[in-house]
Design a protein around this ligand. Sequence first.
Ligand code: DON
Length: 574
Amino acid sequence: MSTAVTPQPSRALALHAQHVVVAALVATFLLLNTVPSRTQPNVAANGMVASPEPLATDVGVAILKAGGNAFDAAAAVQFALAVTYPTAGNIGGGGFMVGLTAEGEAFALDFREEAPGAAHADMFVDANGEMVPNLSTDTHAGVGVPGSVDGMLTLLDRYGTLPRAEVLAPAVALARDGFPMSYALAGSLQRNERIRNFASSAAAFGLEGDGPRMGDLLRQPDLAATLEAISTEGRDGFYAGRTADLIVADMRANGGLITHDDLKSYAAEWREPLVFGHDRYEFITHPVPSSGGMTIAQTLAVMNMQVLKRAGYHSAKAVSMVTEAQRLAFADRNFWLGDPDYFNVPVDRLLSRDYMEQRRRLLPQDGLAGRSEGVSHGPAESDETTHFTVADRAGNVAAITTTLNSGYGLGAVATGAGFLWNNEMDNFSARPGVPNQYGLLGAEANAIQPGKRPLSSMTPTIVRAFGDFYLTMGSPGGPTIINTVLQIYLNVTVWGMDLQQAIDAPRIHHQWRPDRIDHEPFALSAETKAELTRMGYALHERQRIGMAAGIRKTPEGFFAGYADRRGAGTARGY
Ligand code: DON
């Protein structure tokens, strides 16, 4: 890992003629070491932004340079991503944040979407109790009341330092003036079938004919007007007034449920972060209705790090150990977890020493694969999301995972308001025992109720060591998010990888059901696969698991940032 050095071209130019060549080489070397590189985590002293889209990363860095803190920059990146990264960046969706302030205060902010007031438990099943295909994913009935705008404004109110208009200005400009589409964005818009089904989306993204090409200017005037309203009026620019009228009209015209009352009553919630220790590290994660922190805590609690280390990286024994721990944790996740405002989630019990000991006894002892049929939740005692992260010199850290649920959400742009709708209602369990689009099975804890927030796998995470910020990361990928965050942590702390290696390393995933190990290409050697198969595991190759972004503190106190090779994102600092 190298540190950023500021090149000093003026001094180089003053050198004697015979030194010019050497000076040029030195200048090139210095320049290469300050330009963000794909082969080395970018390192900087003053602040760092890692996001899935370079223009949004630049927005975050500009806000930091203008004197904003990590929270100002994070909100600016969220709004910018709604313009430049429509597959997951949003103002029509929701998310979770965990933060750490310069004073050492940890917090969690829940801006997850909410079920509209008219929603009900069997809204996605027919008279026979069968799921109606695609109702929750491909129609306006699947849209939850969006939380991102209230979330970011709530964040700015409490922790921001810059005026709201300054934080929103870059997003407004990107939407109004447009930006040249990258290869990644143009390709993604060309390939996506679902957005083509909606005239509002075809108009917003220029999908007529052959569709957009790399370099075409994408202007989004309706979105610019909505962002401008938020900039001048605050939450009323979105949840009331003209934007609210457009939203409700769009819902009425398309069979959606959201009303003016739903919009008025939406409020992001401050939650007590889920903080737990592991070895010498301390995790700061989001509590339910995010399931990520709980599931990671349970997974780690039944694993033995010494045995894992001795087994060797991605050996059959190590993969089996992680898999069996994941199987147990996901069985509990799918039964016990849901919105704590509506369901009494037994958090303390699920994380208690006694209970974890009980679960540990269920691990297979014979060196063979466990079976998900044999593993259930413990008894009762009585293609898209995105993650970005910002750290600043003062010591503030922001980790945000945000989503429309599917890539481009519902696929529909809100007519006249220019933003894409989420299809988050699919994250509820519409019918116990029937999997949602991620193959997740759900239970009563996550049944649909008006005003309730659907269970999520989004896992923004900050790790402290000896009380100091050490690492932050998160990822998209539905349930694979949880295991992606877990593996990045293990890669750094058990396997000694640097941040880039830890994020780029091929991943594995098990979620109890379906009972199989998903793995990326090259994650497992031929020998390991053969051994796992002999042990009784079903293996399933997946092209991609997750797309993480993270920041790690270097021993010198600098910030090393990295955005996953699996995407086109960047980390930049200054
Ligand atoms: O909250 C959740 O768990 C899902 N809406 C996340 C969706 C997701 O990560 C899709 N990304 N690939």
